[in-house]
Design a protein around this ligand. Structure first.
Ligand code: ADP
Ligand code: MG
Length: 729
């Protein structure tokens, strides 16, 4: 890399035009409306002509877990899928799964097979239902010894099969779970499915107790807003730190960064809009209902959100959203950064996981309704969620821990690492009032009446928004905002589901007791609301979550504050704190151990890569840039001196620069010494050392690098700057 290549990158980036993509049209060339092509790359057995009505009915029952899938039915399904795929020119299939790497994995197989020596296309029932990838190449956290390095993928019927298109062919992707020979979940999906199943059962029982006896199942619903940065591809490849770690290890802030906050909801630049439109077309074809798109707060930052769906489908679809963003970005000569904090001192990216429960009659548990019964149910359920958060805040904090999120929690415009719930003034006042702590009366009223349309009306006017809360009630759902932008949502969601499940199961027992003792259902529900709120109100906080006062206040309240990933991971080793996960059979203790090991290793590896990249950039770019500049300065100084002209400027600059580079080198040396001295530490102790000593030191180095950047003229600086990356598009 040289300065000319940086100039060249700028030139390239400035020349780019919005990319035109193929917009779906009918054979006459007329543009299709989205509803006409939505889901065209997703197999919908209900539309298959190859399956009989009887087979479809049976499949429906299998989907609703009322029946197991028999071989013949699987065979019929496989044939139908194969025919559908061949019609679309698909040549290969793969089991698509989410190993503990946090992304997705796929191993492709051709449909090509031979029958009596003649080539045919084939997808058998067993190929559809089970695969056997070599599990030893996926993170297993030491859970398997090599002699049984076998893992199985098994078809998840509840998430639709889809076609992934690429330039030279298409692949049929079959969503699957991934488990070890002994049935340990080696993936994100399996425990998520267990958690939604368990919670559905508990919530169905709850529904029956309160008189909704027709309810057969309750779905966890989820919609996640995905934030990301886009930078021009030319700059990306000029920065090793972005390529290797996904974030800039240093970078000086431009004078005009986000202080003006004029980017948020501003007009979307043409080149970006063209990108977003192509992403949406791809997602629609994959059956992902992309709904909103807008600029985010930071320059170069954007967001996409789909319409919510069932949790397992939402988790798979979020993976598709991330993949599609990445792939389409490249076509537009952008690179999408999904890291939680690609640019220090600039807003980070999150993934707001919107969450609720909905029964099979379409009733949302977090929707305040139009009658007193619905309202009491709503309040009781909000109480349940608060209690779940209060009890398992540490586990929830752990579930969002990542090396990337460590930079984001507590930073500008992002939730702190203390788990609290925001309910909004109105709802908090209502709870405070029903638990007798205050006598709240809505404006213009003399009494608080939760009956008829009152509650819904009250909450409708309540446009309360708190951007600083990690877990906020937003009208008819909770929004888990502390989740990182690159995370697989299945992991935090399984923990949240488990936590709510535990409290809801206890609620069922309490409810039955109250009703047996003579209370009406509504009275019993109100009792539950009060009971849990009283117990857990410490977790409810409506103030500024970023303030120092809140950190102190939370400490007084006894709320945990696990600052780094290293701190957060210890929770996974605590048998008392993880009991609710193992008791409910959502996780086996061996699986928790696996996850602990995988996450710990990942934390250490990522940090080590970061330290190494920082050092390389210092020696490869920063120091050489200063040397070139200093050579120039010295020459000028000598020439002036020879001519008898007195000038201090060059001397001052030379001294300043030398001072800064000396400090950088000294601190880098210390970082290396720390690393070497840690060789004998256990992984856990090393992780603490990284979090508490090495990371802060690397940040000190970064600040010095920023100062050097400020002092070095553009023409000597060959690393793309914040300005290049954030403002040129
Ligand atoms: P907000 O401005 O409140 O964040 P959005 O319309 O952007 O509202 O919604 C955020 C996400 O929440 C969307 O994906 C939306 O579909 C989802 N959502 C809405 N209702 C529910 C629900 N009941 N359960 C889960 N997610 C929901
Ligand atoms: Mg939102």
């Amino acid at each position: 890399m040289s300065t000319t290549s940086r100039a060249n990158s700028k030139f390239l980036a400035l020349q780019r035009e919005p990319r035109l993509c193929e917009i779906p049209v009918n054979p006459q060339g007329k543009l299709l409306s989205v509803s006409e092509y939505f889901g065209e790359n997703v197999f919908n057995y209900k539309l298959s002509k190859k399956l009989s009505q009887e087979e479809k009915n049976q499949l429906e029952m299998v989907m609703q877990s009322q029946k197991t899938l028999e071989k013949n039915l699987a065979k019929a399904y496989a044939n139908a899928v194969l025919e559908w795929a061949l019609d679309r020119g698909v040549t290969h299939f793969c089991h698509w799964f989410q190993p503990l790497t946090g992304s997705t994995a796929e191993k492709h197989d051709a449909f090509l097979s031979f029958n009596k020596g003649l080539p045919i296309e084939k997808l058998s029932a067993s190929q559809l239902m089970q695969g056997e990838p070599d599990a030893s190449s996926f993170p297993n956290g030491g859970s398997r010894s090599t002699f049984e390095a076998r893992g199985y993928t098994s078809w998840d019927l509840t998430s639709p099969i889809f076609i992934k298109e690429s330039e030279n062919g298409s692949t049929l992707c079959i969503p699957t779970a991934f488990v070890s020979y002994h049935g340990d979940a080696l993936d994100i999906k399996t425990p998520l499915l267990r958690s939604t199943t368990v919670l559905s059962e508990t919530a169905t029982e709850f529904s029956h107790i309160i008189g909704h006896t027709e309810v057969k199942r309750v779905d966890v619903t989820c919609g996640c807003e995905q934030e990301y940065f886009l930078i021009d591809k030319a700059f990306y490849f000029e920065r090793e730190d972005l390529v290797m770690t996904g974030r800039s290890m240093f970078g000086s802030l431009t004078a005009r960064n986000q202080q003006l906050e004029d980017h948020y909801f501003g007009a979307i630049p043409q080149r970006i809009l063209a990108f977003m439109q192509e992403v949406e077309i791809e997602l629609y074809r994959l059956g992902v209902p992309a709904k909103t798109r807008h600029n985010e707060v930071a320059p170069g930052q954007f967001e996409i959100a789909p319409i919510f769906s069932e949790a397992n489908v939402a988790a798979d679809q979020n993976q598709l959203v991330m993949t599609t963003i990445r792939e389409v970005a490249l076509k537009h000569d952008f690179v999408a950064l999904l890291h939680e904090k690609p640019f220090a001192q600039i807003n980070g990216s999150g993934k707001h996981v919107n969450w609720s429960l909905s029964d099979d009659q379409g009733r949302n548990f977090l929707e305040p309704g139009s009658n007193p019964h619905e309202n009491n149910k709503f309040l009781a359920f909000v109480g349940v969620v608060c209690e779940a958060l209060y009890r398992h805040g540490e586990m929830l904090r752990m579930s969002i821990a990542s090396h990337g999120n460590d930079h984001r929690l507590g930073a500008n415009e992002a939730p702190p690492s203390i788990i609290s719930a925001f309910l909004g003034d109105t709802l908090t006042n209502i709870f405070e009032s029903i638990t007798g702590n205050n006598s709240y009366t809505p404006e213009g009223k003399t009494t608080l009446d939760l009956g008829a349309n009152q509650l819904a009306g009250l909450l409708k006017d309540n446009t309360d928004r708190n951007r600083t809360s990690p877990f906020a009630f937003t009208g008819n759902k909770f929004e888990f905002r502390a989740v990182g932008s690159s995370a697989s949502i299945g992991w935090p969601m399984s923990i949240l589901n488990a936590a709510v499940n535990e409290v809801l199961a206890e609620t069922n027992i309490l409810l039955k007791k109250e009703i047996e003792a003579g209370k009406s259902v509504d009275e019993a529900l109100l009792f539950i609301a009060k009971h849990w709120y009283k117990n857990s109100s410490k977790v409810v906080f409506g103030g500024d979550g970023y303030s120092q006062e809140w950190i102190e206040e939370a400490n007084r309240r006894g709320l945990p504050n696990l600052k780094t990933m290293a701190d957060a991971l210890t929770v996974l080793k605590d048998e008392v704190k993880t009991k609710f996960l193992t008791d409910s059979k959502i996780y086996r203790s061996s699986e928790l151990k696996t996850r602990y090991n995988v996450l710990l290793e990942r934390y250490i590896n990522h940090r080590e890569i970061e330290f190494q990249v920082l050092e390389e950039m210092i020696t490869q770019h920063i120091i050489p840039a200063t040397i070139t500049y200093k050579r120039e300065l010295s020459k000028v100084y000598r020439n002036l001196k020879e001519a008898g002209i007195k000038s201090e400027t060059e001397v001052i600059l030379l001294k300043e620069l030398s001072g800064l580079t000396d400090s950088v080198l000294e601190k880098s040396k210390k970082l290396n010494e720390f690393k070497e001295a840690s060789a004998s530490l256990s992984e856990e102790d090393y992780s603490f050392k990284i979090a508490n000593e090495l990371m802060p030191l690397s940040e000190e180095i970064a600040l010095l690098c920023n100062k050097i950047e400020d002092k070095t003229p553009e023409k000597y600086w060959d690393i793309p700057t914040y300005y290049d990356m954030l403002f040129i598009r």
